[in-house]
Write a protein that binds this ligand. Structure first.
Ligand code: HEC
Length: 145
């Protein structure tokens, strides 16, 4: 059995094996078990040539998706408050296209108008650094309604 497998490696079977494995590798790298999203984010990461874009997606899925949804559409009720829709272009318009204002909201819970967000939205200062937050913001801008 083992010998036969090794012999197969000289032919087509072995050539196909890495192809069959690669989606699983992509998934584990992205920290997601959704093959399709893992693959598209690999492509997105490669296209703009930074580790940051794909990093933002991973962080979003880990820290934000439970409340704001996989697609960023929000609408999830948490402690009686509905989570915000984080997709473009509405969010960018509300935050006057300002990454700084968005980062402030994420880190300190102060919204575009300077008002305090409901405590249901965690304050991420101390858990996320500014580079991680800008990766997430970059990813948010790729989400469209
Ligand atoms: C435990 C649930 C929860 C998690 C986790 C969470 N949020 Fe929120 N978020 C909320 C809720 C609820 C609101 C709405 C607060 C309000 O209306 O005052 C909100 C509001 C926001 C806003 C303000 C939008 C606006 O309406 O002005 C931004 C930006 C935001 N979240 C980004 C994030 C990001 C980025 C992450 C991940 C790092 C995240 N949130 C994680 C629950 C959450």
């Amino acid at each position: 059995m083992t010998l036969k497998t090794i012999l197969n490696c000289a032919g087509l079977v072995c050539a196909l094996a890495p192809l069959a494995l690669s989606p699983a590798i992509a998934e584990s790298m992205m920290g997601t078990n959704q093959g399709m999203m893992g693959a598209s984010s690999m492509i997105g990461g490669a296209r703009d040539g930074t580790a940051t874009a794909s990093g933002g997606k991973g962080l979003y899925q880990q820290d934000c998706a439970t409340c704001h949804g996989q697609t960023g559409s929000g609408g999830v009720k948490i402690d009686g408050v509905v989570s915000s829709d984080l997709r473009s272009p509405a969010l960018e318009k509300m935050y006057h296209d300002s990454d700084n204002l968005l980062a402030r909201a994420i880190l300190t819970g102060v919204d575009a108008k300077g008002q305090t967000l409901d405590p249901a939205m965690p304050r991420w200062r101390g858990s996320l650094n500014s580079q991680q937050v800008s990766s997430i913001i970059k990813y948010l801008k790729s989400l469209h309604s």
